[in-house]
Design a protein around this ligand. Structure first.
Ligand code: TAP
Length: 516
């Protein structure tokens, strides 16, 4: 029982905000952790009116704490706070440069607390600590810094229009924030998904109501504390943990939310797009599922092929939206590739994500683990060749063996459905017919990412040109960066996170024409 009824009091950096919350205190990873479990609305931690939701540690299935949960009314409170902050609060008065300064300060505080954030992410989501430190938290910090730098560089244009003779005209455009934005995110990279969207959203000058996934909300709440301590004014950032059906839907349908940023499944994305249209035609961007093809030609270095293929599938225990959902390997090297992949997969260190020697942690939550077990069963029934893993590990926690299927038929369940877990799907191809290979790689309704491994640069570029995916990795995989736009095609959604393009998702253009 880690819940301690303690009231913490600390001074925010602005010296004007007093923050207190009912802290959860626990020891883990040689650290004393102290974090909120309440909603964060209008600069205060408050209880929710919906039933609290337990947050479970996937390593040992213990309950970390009961997290307060937002009702429709709580979401409305958060939206009203965000609206006040946007229209009349301090946020609406400070300069863009000052906004940037606050965001840099928040990034610095995140950096100071990075071990605590990474430990919390590891406990709550099962991410391996070393990866959480580098990617989940490390890239989050970089994202805040990257977009902090954009704040005072967002500018419109002077547009040469035809004059209304004999008078003259001047047309300028202003890039404006949209207003109150809603963000709904998934559980695979809890803090990073929050950061990818919220940093761009705030850099553009908006205010935000954000709902983290109910299975992994803790880093979002710790982040809220840090935001208050950085001096981000009340109401600018509101975090409303809770269920998608209640809190998520309330944000999506709210008539005063003007933009919705979502990352999650294609199925929910579709519902969200409809709800955005029906409620108030809010602007929407959707980062959805994927089934990304990774093509390995016979001229590839075998060691590199095996290493990249494994990380393209097993990175973050497969809970990775750009994970390679299908691996195509050229016939001549197919058998050797499979043999080596199986040998290497057997060596993966599975275990407590907080142990430094671990490279593969538990799946995020029970329902997801059950889905993976079912996914493998369907694959076996379909006749695909299971050559490694495929089972839940007989230990406490949501551990699933890294799994490899070979000879997967095009069009089958395994070849078309996303597992979102550590399941490698391999099929052979012949390079004699490159068009056929591209057609096979494109035979999916998803279009998030793709990869190609070859020494032949012309072949790689032909692939990059013809593949229907928002991201193409050539001779690498999973290489994302805060400056490079990220987002999918087709049923993987639309709108970009990261890079300058992400700002457009949270801006509107106003055209002002003057006659003189
Ligand atoms: P979802 O079930 O779609 O959930 C995502 C978020 O939406 C959660 O916070 C969820 O709340 C909420 N939600 C559910 N129903 C809702 C509704 N009707 N209205 C508003 N919000 C609602 O996805 P997931 O299972 O968490 O994540 C896995 C999927 O996300 C995978 O398919 C994966 O490919 C995709 N994903 C994509 C990307 C990118 S960048 N494209 C990145 C990560 C993940 P709860 O807390 O109740 O679940």
């Amino acid at each position: 029982e880690f819940v301690v009824k303690a009231v913490l009091a600390m001074r925010g950096a602005s010296q004007s905000q007093q923050i207190s919350y009912e802290a959860v205190e626990m020891k883990a990873n040689n650290l004393e952790l102290k974090f909120p479990k309440q909603l964060f609305i209008d600069g205060k931690f408050v209880n929710g009116r919906a039933k609290p939701i337990p947050s479970v540690n996937p390593h040992d299935e213990s309950v970390i704490c009961q997290v307060e949960s937002a009702s429709v009314e709580d979401v409305d409170d958060a939206v009203q706070a965000a609206k006040r902050a946007f229209e009349t609060g301090e946020w609406s008065k400070i300069s863009a440069r000052e906004r940037g300064r606050l965001m840099f300060k928040l990034a610095d505080l995140m950096e100071e607390h990075k071990e605590e954030l990474a430990t919390l992410e590891s406990l709550d989501s099962g991410a391996v600590y070393t990866l959480a430190l580098k990617t989940h938290v490390g890239m989050s910090i970089e994202t805040w810094r990257y977009f902090a730098g954009w704040c005072d560089k967002i500018q419109g244009a002077v547009v040469p229009i035809s004059h209304a003779r004999p008078n003259r005209n001047l047309t300028i455009t202003r890039k404006e924030p949209i207003g109150v934005c809603g963000l709904v995110t998934p559980w695979n990279y809890p803090l990073m998904m929050l950061s990818w969207k919220m940093a761009a959203c705030l850099a553009a000058g908006n205010t935000v109501v954000m709902k983290p996934a109910q299975t992994s909300p803790l880093t979002a709440l710790k982040f809220a504390e840090l935001a208050a301590r950085a001096g981000i004014p009340p109401g600018v950032i509101n975090i409303v943990p809770g269920s998608g059906r209640v809190a998520g839907e309330a944000i999506v349908k709210h008539p005063q939310v003007r933009k919705l940023g979502f990352t999650g499944s294609t199925e929910i994305g579709q519902t969200i797009m409809k709800d955005c249209a029906e409620s108030n035609m809010k602007k929407v961007s959707l980062e959805l599922g994927g089934k990304s093809p990774f093509v390995i030609f016979e001229d590839a270095d075998m060691q590199q092929a095996v290493r990249l293929a494994m990380s393209s599938v097993f990175f973050n225990k497969g809970e990775n939206c750009i994970a390679a959902g299908r691996i195509f390997v050229e016939e001549r090297i197919y058998d050797e590739f499979l043999e080596r992949v199986v040998a290497e997969t057997k060596k993966i260190a599975i275990g407590d994500p907080l142990n430094r020697g671990t490279s593969h942690g538990p799946q995020n939550h029970k329902a997801h683990l059950d889905k993976l077990v079912e996914f493998v069963e369907i694959g076996k029934r379909e006749g695909a060749r299971l050559i490694q893993g495929g089972k839940r590990l007989p230990v406490p926690g949501y551990y699933f063996e890294p799994t490899v299927f070979a000879d997967v038929e095009d069009g089958s369940f395994l070849a078309t459905e996303e597992s979102f877990g550590p399941i490698m799907i391999v099929s052979p191809f012949s390079s004699k017919d490159e068009d056929k290979l591209i057609a096979r790689a494109n035979a999916t309704e998803y279009g998030l990412a793709s990869g190609v491994l070859t020494k032949d640069i012309a072949r790689a570029l032909r692939f990059a040109e013809k593949i229907d995916a928002g991201t193409v990795f050539v001779n690498t995989y999973n290489k994302t960066d805060v400056a490079a736009p990220f987002g999918g095609f087709k049923r993987s959604g639309f709108g970009k996170d990261l890079g300058q393009e992400a700002l457009n998702e949270y801006l509107r253009t106003k055209t002002i024409t003057v006659e003189y």
